[in-house]
Unconditional design. Sequence first.
Length: 345
Amino acid sequence: MMNRQKFIKLFSQKISGEINAENQDLLNAAISENEHYSALADDLENYLLKHPTTVSPDRQQQLNQIWATIGANENEQFKGKYSYSKPNKIVRSAIWIRSAAAIIIIFFAGILLYRLLNKQQPNEFEQLTTQEVKTFKMLDDGTKVWLNKYSTLRYNKGFGARGREITIEGKAYFDVVKNEQVPLYVHAGNIDIEVKGTAFSVKAEKNSKDIEVALLRGLIEISDRLNKNNSLLLHPNQKIIYNTLLKDKENKLQMKLVNPAVLLNETKWIADTLVFKKEKLKDLALKIEKKYDVKIDIQSEALKEKRFSGIFINETIEQAIASLKLSYPMNYTINKRLVVIKEQE
């Protein structure tokens, strides 16, 4: 027999419209087999029909509507008669039913209030799409994302504060900030990836039959959304390949070990992305030399100590040095592979 806590949970899912087919069957069976659950369900449904709470994009308005429902319930205590479709099944104490129904209405209102104030709406997502050039994005919680060409990244607003949900189509590399209280979920095709703090790559290109996930450090769990019994823990230097063409009952998740050198080669497309924050020019110059295969000569000790922040992804060496000049006045010349930087006269 279903316990009361389970019944309340399923009925709240029904009210909020989030119940799935399996749980709907369980709820229907409980109502059919237990006269108390049946009575409560009838009273609650009739009360909500007479006192609907509309959905509003204004969360404060939604809050007022819910508390108005609670207040009305407290005042009325379910006064009035209802026409039940199956009166022969309902044998109960009216006082007990009204009290229990009042408690559950307030409980449901609390659940709905929490969801309205904390759950992201379907349209509350940011989207980033690349075409012929790759890009870099640092999310609100500090998680770094390198998005390859012709790829799309979607992530929830308030990222890190109200959940961390990402959907990827294409190719991306993630360096995730650890937050045990708010795990990060990446969705690619029909697989879900749960992480807390790690670095990994995802390849889920539209025209490919395979989805690939490779882990460089940390630990992630990967599950098949179409088969909840099919999940794997991925350790560093391991890769899973998910075959989208296999039938639902077949094991679509195939794991294999990857040589670290091969793994680095697969992610070399992110290596030329240069991210720097409040970095001294003398230190930044070394990274620029490596990225662009040039030699930089800074002819000012004071200039060497100046700090810069920014990102170089697809910029040429000329564009990169010009952008530094926008942050601090300087003169520069570029002659083949030699870059000379001087104080502005």
